[in-house]
Write a protein that binds this ligand. Sequence first.
Ligand code: SAM
Length: 268
Amino acid sequence: MKTTPTHDLVKQSYASMLQAARQKTSCCGTTSAAARLAGYGEQEQHTEAASASFGCGNPLAFAGVKRGDTVLDLGSGAGLDLLLAAGKVGPSGKVIGVDMTNDMIAVARDNARKAGYDNIDVRCGLIEDLPVDTASVDWVISNCVINLSPDKPAVFREISRVMKPGARLSVSDIVVQELPDWIRNSAAAWSACVAGAISEQDYLEGLRAAGLEDVAVAERLVYDASQLRAILCEDIPGLDLQASQIDTLLEEYAGTVWSARFTARKPL
Ligand SMILES: C[S@@+](CC[C@H](N)C(=O)[O-])C[C@H]1O[C@@H](n2cnc3c(N)ncnc32)[C@H](O)[C@@H]1O
């Protein structure tokens, strides 16, 4: 696995965040503010995976995944979406997770085993160079991961490569309209899924350029001032902002950052 310094930074951050989340699970668990804002309806039976959730949406909601399908989750983390997908595809289907952080992979495998699923396969690899066969999956899902990639066109190309003809995509991710340079250049803000985020327009164009069709935004959660405050203060502690700086940021940027769920299809 040939990583870049950005990959290494993100890996380190998620190994630490996972450790922090696991230390708190005995009490009440912890997730990112973005994950909490996304809210999940079906997660109650998967408390361990849910308590280490760093997503920003629910890519499986209304996705139409059916029994027997093969689902690929990019950046599967602690595995909540793997478990939810496994419930949908049933024993005749298959769920593949790809993640680059060894600790996340270990926890996801453990969560799959504890939930009794033997059709979840968690692989170590990069989403820019997927360890997945060409034209082999019915669904690509992902939850708050592609924003972290230093090479988004490569991710979009890889998604298109592994999809079967007619396969579908449902991806939740953070998008932004604009950000001040000092946030763009902050390593902490990159790891917190903000600094690396692209615009909704660039996302849509990237998916189309990779050869996908019916590319659309199925839903949006636009962060208002209080939600953006939670993301800035809880998810990016490394920014170390003063109250007055936060207020200025909220005035300028509330309403310009959101979680979008993208849908698309590989042509037949
Ligand atoms: C924000 S967390 C989301 C995890 C999970 N999808 C969820 O909803 O909880 C990002 C995850 O993606 C993984 N990741 C980030 N960039 C990656 C890359 N380029 N290749 C593979 N995995 C990556 C991280 O290791 C981490 O587990």
